[in-house]
Design a protein around this ligand. Structure first.
Ligand code: PGA
Length: 240
């Protein structure tokens, strides 16, 4: 079975023409493209093989909230996957576990596949594996509180310190990722969630992807910067 390869474009590219070009150049089966909301319709119209994903959602449909998009609205324009709780939102927009939990539940209720991002920061990482496990276990329990079904849930383990824009210059190894992803899978079973795919994210590119993708326990990759380069992203998909 091919593994899941998700491209998180964040706030890129800058124009709709570039977004359409990138979508067409990476329109490959097995790829999930997550452009900014502003380009979702155009990207959705430009792809035939890839699947459309969003980068966030608001948790309540029809709410009196300005500037957001709801699960029903995303579904209606052809979105199948939605990223929830990305570390950039947790850090820069003070998104809490409580909010992330509401968003996961809203996505699943609407029939979207939710890609829940979890992962420790550099400080926790430097305290050692036991501290990382405690942090990840707590994050999973809070973010997945009251979630009963694992089928449409994907957990993306993204150690914050390994994300290309984190500024640490550090990268995770497949061996370290396997250790934490095995732990995540055990924890998910303990909270009654089976069939959850667990993918890895953090500075994945065409040179490093194979190391992660060839590990049986890693169900795919979440790619940021390298998803903006069609050649790089296609290479990664070819390895999946
Ligand atoms: P990166 O981003 O691949 O550029 O490290 C991954 C992410 O933030 O989802």
């Amino acid at each position: 079975m091919k593994k899941l390869v998700v491209g998180n474009w964040k706030l890129n590219p800058q124009t709709v023409a570039e977004a359409i070009d990138l979508a067409q150049a990476t329109d490959i089966e097995g790829a999930v493209l997550c452009p900014p909301d502003i380009f979702l319709m155009e990207v959705g119209g430009a792809i035939k093989q890839a699947i459309l994903g969003a980068q966030d959602l608001f948790w309540k449909d029809g709410a009196a909230v300005t500037g957001e998009a709801s699960a029903i609205q995303l579904k209606d324009i052809g979105v199948s996957y939605v990223i929830v709780g990305h570390s950039s939102r947790r850090e820069k927009l003070a998104e809490t576990d409580t909010l992330v939990n509401l968003k996961v539940k809203a996505a699943l209720t609407a029939g979207l596949k939710a890609i829940l991002c979890i992962g420790e920061n550099l400080d926790i990482h430097q305290q050692g594996e036991a501290t990382v496990r405690t942090f990840i276990g707590e994050q999973l329990r809070k973010d997945l509180d009251e979630v009963k079904q694992g089928e449409n849930l994907i957990v993306a383990y993204e150690p914050i310190w390994a994300i290309s824009t984190s500024g640490t210059g550090l990268v995770d190894t497949p061996e370290e990722a396997v250790t934490i992803i095995s732990f995540i899978k055990e924890e998910l079973l303990k909270i009654g969630l089976s069939m959850v795919l667990v993918i890895y994210g953090g500075s994945v590119n065409s040179k490093t992807a194979d190391g992660f993708l060839k590990e049986n326990i890693i169900d795919g990759v979440l790619v940021g910067a390298a998803s903006l380069d069609a050649h790089e992203f296609k290479q990664i998909i070819s390895l999946s």
